[in-house]
Design a protein around this ligand. Structure first.
Ligand code: TPP
Length: 544
């Protein structure tokens, strides 16, 4: 019979985990020893637990399996809370494995180091931000608990929590047998699909809107095929930016309401049927809309439910729904009144001595993609994410809904650990939070390209409240520090320097590259400028 630690690692692998991110502590040292020596999954340690959570989250987003974060009891696990809250909000299946006291310690009568209130406060906190939990303290029940919790993570595409008491590492257990996934009721599915196809048939201006769940459930290709078959225009949400990056013929652009390409905004807002697939109905995705969500013109398939008008079909996995739609749909020709709108992304930056504006970065990156091929991206929250909307629709992981700072760099490390070379976009404020994790790249041979938007400012806050001096940040010369932590840093202030630095970074392999782009305070990307204007006018509308 395998030891529990081995059984758990094998089960993680069987359920789609490809790597482990973590930081050890005494409550997980024995488990880390097994992780390292068993070599079942590669292990990447970082410097601070928030980064562990972000990296695991981004790895899951990219490879479509499970992300894994292993941390110590209390001090380690509580440090992970914000990252897991973000993963929950944005539907990323991260398995939190937290060390915990062993059975004897729990009843020792002492307060234990890292304990916050009761021994189980950690479990109580994680219950709020995970969809399933288990404490692996009983060798008889542990394998079934692991199978249940890992299936929940996969089926719900949400974080889960496994607490691993440190005295359980060597406990002998049965192997973990994966549980079959739960499928839709066929009759309900048939009825649902007929209803959707009927609505599409009757619609004059239908449109598909897609968001992150379609990647989480691995149905992007099938949705692209369906959109082609039904001849339906398709857009992504803000959060869903980067989806269907291999189906340029299908994706018209990204819906940003008042901040976006007017043709795309019209496509969605004038539609008489909006088929929302895997969409998070959040303010960042829809608050700049001129129209409130209207159930009469909307079908929403998300979180294993399909809502049509005022009724709901429950237990409808997205994959089953798309397969059934594809089975029953017949090829449709687009009405001639339905031109496919496409967003054109800027190209051809003039490499001159002019200062750099944020939108110039997008143009320079598009030019670099033309020369070297598109790169997968991660972005932090800040003007860098709005700038990303001006870059070609390449794969992107970003906190577009939860909007927590500090995601970009560790997420890039997570993506790099999956074997890809990412381009990371990050503001100086966010870089101050987690940017130093780049110092871990050399140990693992990772070579992301990081573009720091250095405006010496919390510019996203300044745009809403320009009078506050606290938005001014100091100039930390990030490029200089990059050179002392295993990478190459370059600071650029003109468009010519930017173009040259990006080219050098594209060619430099085997170490991280940091390009510190100096930007004037008060100058935002064109997209953020439109977003702020749209936001302010929406606020005025609401307060009138
Ligand atoms: N803390 C976290 C963890 N997340 C947040 N979103 C905020 C605080 C509030 N916040 C939103 S944007 C922002 C802050 C503090 C400033 C971001 O600054 P920077 O990363 O330099 O990007 P810029 O706004 O200049 O583009």
């Amino acid at each position: 019979m395998p030891a529990l630690a081995h059984a758990l690692l094998a089960a993680l692998k069987d359920h789609g985990a490809r790597e482990i991110f973590g930081i050890p502590g005494d409550f997980v040292l024995p488990l880390f020893k097994v992780i390292e020596e068993s070599d079942i999954l590669p292990n990447v340690t970082l410097s601070h637990e928030p980064a562990v959570g972000f990296a695991a989250d981004a790895a899951a987003r990219y490879h479509g399996g499970l992300g894994v974060a292993v941390v110590t009891y209390g001090a380690g696990a509580f440090n992970l809370v914000n990252a897991i809250a973000g993963a929950y909000a944005e539907r990323s299946p991260v398995v939190v494995i937290a060390g915990a006291p062993g059975a004897r310690e729990r009843v020792s009568g002492f307060l234990l180091h890292h304990q916050a209130r009761t021994v189980d406060t950690q479990l109580a906190v994680f219950k709020e931000i995970t969809c399933d939990q288990a404490v692996l303290s009983d060798p008889v029940t542990a394998p079934a608990q692991i199978a249940r919790v890992l299936r929940s993570a996969r089926e719900m595409s949400l974080p889960v929590y496994l607490e691993f008491p440190r005295d359980m590492v060597d406990a002998e257990v049965e192997a973990v047998v994966p549980l079959p996934s739960r499928q839709a009721n066929q009759e309900a599915l048939g009825e649902c699909v007929e209803e959707i196809l009927g609505r599409i048939e009757r619609a004059v201006r239908p449109v598909i809107v897609v968001d992150v769940e379609i990647r989480r459930y691995g149905v992007e290709d099938r949705i692209a095929a369906l959109a082609r078959k039904l001849a339906l225009p398709l857009v992504t949400t803000f959060m869903g930016r980067g989806l269907l990056d291999k189906a340029d013929d299908v994706v018209a652009g990204t819906y940003l309401g008042a901040a976006g390409d007017p043709a795309i905004t019209q496509l969605v807002e004038d539609a008489d049927l909006v088929l929302m697939l895997g969409v998070i109905l959040s303010d960042t995705n829809f608050a700049l809309s001129n129209r409130a969500p209207d159930p009469r013109r909307m079908i929403l398939a998300a979180s294993r439910e399909v809502q049509i008008g005022h009724h709901v079909y429950r237990d409808m996995p997205l994959g089953d729904l798309i397969d059934a739609l594809d089975d029953r749909a017949t090829k449709r020709t687009a009405p001639t009144t339905l031109p496919r709108q496409r967003t054109a992304y800027p190209r051809g930056l003039v490499a001159d001595g002019q200062p750099i504006a944020p939108s110039d970065i997008a143009t320079a990156i598009n030019d670099m993609f033309d020369r070297h091929g598109r790169m997968p991206m991660t972005s932090d929250i800040g003007d860098c994410l709005f700038t990303a909307m001006e870059i070609d629709n390449t794969a992107l992981a970003a906190p577009g809904y939860y909007a927590g700072m500090g995601f970009g760099v560790p997420a890039g490390i997570g993506v790099a650990a999956t074997g890809l070379r990412p381009l990371v976009l990050v503001g100086d404020g966010a870089f101050q939070m987690t940017g130093w994790e780049l110092g871990n790249c050399r140990r693992y041979g990772l070579d992301p390209i990081v573009v720091v938007f250095n405006n010496c400012s919390w510019e996203m806050l300044r745009v809403f409240q320009p009078e506050s001096r606290f938005n001014n940040l100091d100039d930390w010369h990030y490029a200089d520090i990059a050179n002392s932590i295993g990478g190459t840093g370059e600071r650029v202030a003109t468009r010519a320097e930017l173009v040259a630095a990006l080219e050098r970074a594209a060619q430099r392999r085997g170490q991280f590259s940091l390009i510190e782009v100096m930007l004037p305070r008060g100058k935002t990307s064109d997209t953020l400028a439109r977003f702020v204007a749209g936001f302010k006018s929406a606020r005025e509308r609401m307060t009138k």
